[in-house]
Every structure is written in structure tokens, then in C-alpha cells.
Design a protein around this ligand. Structure first.
Ligand code: 2U9
Length: 360
């Protein structure tokens, strides 16, 4: 029959073995050897049935206590070994994410994504933040706040994609320009404001040079003393940076937009080099973007006082900029899943555009 002193010796031996276990497998073997079905402690518990009630009263609690203490020791040792295993893995399997990748990346950026990146880098350098907004807009943000009269042709279903309206609601539209993003920014933040709004826009138009979805970037500056000189300087700097030239010759032709007054289109001097354009030389003029001073009605619609605040805005088509800069004669492949075209014109996702080492 087991005596209390035998149990003390058993506990001392098993406890020492548990403390000395060097890995999780050895620890589990000890657990099975002590507390498993045929383990040393379990076998002793089976002997309880053969004991006198007096003996059982002593040995029962003693064995249960031993079992509990061994379980506690096993858990603690397990936690220590797991921590050690984790630390060893972290030390030997650590990844330095700042190291260059070993293999050449397989994917490439779509030219539109590349140009979007370039535009963000150029305007960030001039202090512009990037703002975004929803593609599905309401009439107020897409038209009314931008000073479009009720009968303006852009509000026509021929030009704009209207969504089916819920009962009693005015129909939502797919935004026809990114201008509603600037409206939302003006409504939600205080001047000075200096943002660009890049993104998808939608118009009912589908021919050789137009797609029903295309990409725009628009810019907006609102401050107390902003004038056309700022607009001109900003856009001249932009064209120089984008076409990577230090010689830009531009002319601003009067134009009309509901949301700017005065409004202009900016032309730049250029010559063709293959399918691409070289800006700054040549004897031809090319329209590159639209711009103007923000109309006082637009400033008023956004809750600002036009006698206190003024600003300039501009807008351009990103797909067209990509075609001009990278010599792409045809718009259709932009929207086709042709990986050969992508790898021909695509850009490495690893070489991010930056002004220090070059945009592309
Ligand atoms: C606010 C106020 C003014 C954005 C502007 C243009 C001129 C423009 C076209 C260029 C080619 C669109 O992609 S395109 O068809 N855009 O010429 N956009 S000024 O003016 C704004 C915008 C927001 C609150």
C-alpha cells in the first residue's frame, strides 16, 4: 500500500523532471507518464478502491492534491517552453521589410495608376493634400453647389448617368467630375484649403476618344488672397514637373465653366516625338487642362463669404495625360485585359514616382 512518504518522493521526482523538461514533446511525455490513463499517479488513484475507508480518507485528498500541483507545474512549464520557442522563432525567422526584394516583381502598374501617382507626388511637393469622395453623388454636390443652372445641358440624361430614384427622392448620379469632392471639403473644413481630387468620373459618351468611365484630377485652392498669378505659377510648375522639362511655354485661352469665373483653358507648346509629346519646344499648341478662379456662387454655396475668400481650381483628364506622356495612340487597350500591353507600357510597382530621382 502507498504511504504518504512514497507520495512525497514521487512528487519530488516528477516535479524535478517537469522543471527539467527541455521541450514541449518531453513535457507531454512526462504528463502522460504521470497523469495519463496508465500514468503513475493514475494507477495510484485506482488503488483507492482497495483501501479501507480510513486509508482512503487520507490518501484520496493527498492524491488529488498531488494531481492538482502536478497539473499546475505542467501548465507553468508549458508556458515557459512556448515563450522560449516563440522567442527562438522570432530571432531566427525575422523578416527585414526594408531590404530590397530578391526576385523581379511580376505585376506592373497600369499607366493610369502610374500617372495618378506622379500627379500626387508633384502636387504634394507644392503642399496639396489628396481628397476623395463617393462615385455615386447627389444633384446638390455634383451640379447645384457648382453653379450649374437648372437647364444646363450637363444635367441632361444624354450626358449624365442617373440612378433609379427611391420614391419621392431626387435621383442620384454617377459623378460627372471630381468637383463634388472639393464641395464636400469646403463644406467640412476651414480655409486655407489646398487639395487635389483624383478619381473615376462617368459620362454618357463612348467613341474613339471617349469612354463612359474615365479619370480626372482636379485641384482647388481657397485662401484669403489667392489670385490668377498663383493659378498660373502653380500650373506652369506642374506642367514642367509632369513632362520633366524646365522649359514650358503656355497660353491661357478664355473659356467658360459654370464653376469658375474667369475661366480658361491652358495650352502648351509641344512637338510630337513618335506617339509621345515633347513639351516646351515645337510649333504646335495643345490644350492640356481647364482652370479658373472659383465662382463666388460656389464659395457661397459652401457657406463661405466670397468677399473674404477666393481661390482657383483646375481639372484635367488623367487617361489623356498618360497617352500624351507615354506615347499611347489608342485609348481602347486602357480598358482591355491585355497583359502584353500592360507589361509593355506598365510600370514597376517597386519604383515609386518621386521628384528626386525622376517620376517614371
Ligand atoms: C470647385 C470649384 C471649381 C474644377 C475645374 C476644369 C476647370 C476643367 C475638365 C478638364 C478635362 C474636365 O476631364 S475634363 O473633361 N475640367 O476644365 N475643372 S476648373 O473646378 C472646380 C471644382 C470644384 C468647388
Amino acid at each position: 500500500m502507498t504511504a504518504s512518504s512514497d507520495l512525497d518522493a514521487l512528487e519530488a521526482r516528477l516535479s524535478a523532471d517537469i522543471e527539467a523538461a527541455q521541450d514541449l514533446a518531453a513535457l507531454d511525455a512526462l504528463r502522460v507518464g504521470a497523469l495519463g490513463k496508465k500514468g503513475e499517479v493514475s494507477l495510484k488513484m485506482r488503488e483507492l478502491g482497495k483501501m479501507s475507508p480510513e486509508e482512503r480518507q487520507v490518501m484520496g485528498p493527498a492524491l488529488n492534491g498531488l494531481k492538482d500541483r502536478l497539473n499546475t507545474l505542467l501548465e507553468a512549464r508549458k508556458a515557459t517552453l512556448e515563450d522560449a520557442a516563440m522567442n527562438a522563432a522570432l530571432a531566427s525567422e525575422s523578416v527585414d521589410v526594408t531590404r530590397p526584394v530578391k526576385r523581379e516583381a511580376q505585376g506592373s502598374l497600369h499607366p493610369v495608376a502610374q500617372v495618378m501617382e506622379e500627379l500626387a507626388v508633384i502636387f504634394a511637393d507644392m503642399g496639396f493634400a489628396v481628397a476623395e469622395g463617393p462615385d455615386v453623388e447627389d444633384d446638390f454636390h455634383n451640379f447645384t453647389a457648382l453653379n450649374f443652372p437648372e437647364d444646363h445641358p450637363a444635367r441632361d440624361t444624354h450626358d449624365t448617368f442617373f440612378m433609379k430614384a427611391d420614391d419621392g427622392e431626387t435621383p442620384k448620379v454617377l459623378r460627372t467630375h471630381t468637383s463634388p469632392v472639393q464641395i464636400r471639403t469646403m463644406l467640412n473644413s476651414k480655409p486655407p484649403i489646398r487639395i487635389i481630387a483624383p478619381g473615376r468620373v462617368y459620362r454618357c459618351d463612348w467613341d474613339q476618344t471617349h469612354t463612359p468611365m474615365f479619370h480626372q484630377v482636379e485641384g482647388l485652392v481657397i485662401d484669403k488672397e489667392t489670385h490668377m498669378g498663383h493659378l498660373k505659377g502653380c500650373l506652369m510648375d506642374f506642367v514642367a514637373a509632369f513632362f520633366e522639362t524646365d522649359k514650358v511655354e503656355a497660353r491661357f485661352r478664355p473659356h467658360h465653366f459654370p464653376f469658375t469665373e474667369p475661366s480658361a483653358e491652358m495650352d502648351v507648346r509641344y512637338e510630337r516625338v513618335g506617339d509621345a509629346v515633347k513639351v516646351g519646344s515645337g510649333d504646335q499648341w495643345m490644350e492640356i487642362l481647364g482652370c479658373g478662379m472659383v465662382h463666388p456662387n460656389v464659395i457661397k454655396s459652401c457657406g463661405l463669404d466670397p468677399d473674404e475668400y477666393q481661390g482657383f481650381a483646375f481639372g484635367m483628364g488623367v487617361d489623356r495625360l498618360a497617352m500624351l506622356k507615354y506615347g499611347m495612340p489608342d485609348l481602347r487597350p486602357f480598358f482591355e485585359p491585355d497583359t502584353r500591353w500592360l507589361s509593355h507600357y506598365g510600370f514597376s510597382p517597386l519604383l515609386q514616382a518621386n521628384l528626386a530621382t525622376g517620376l517614371s
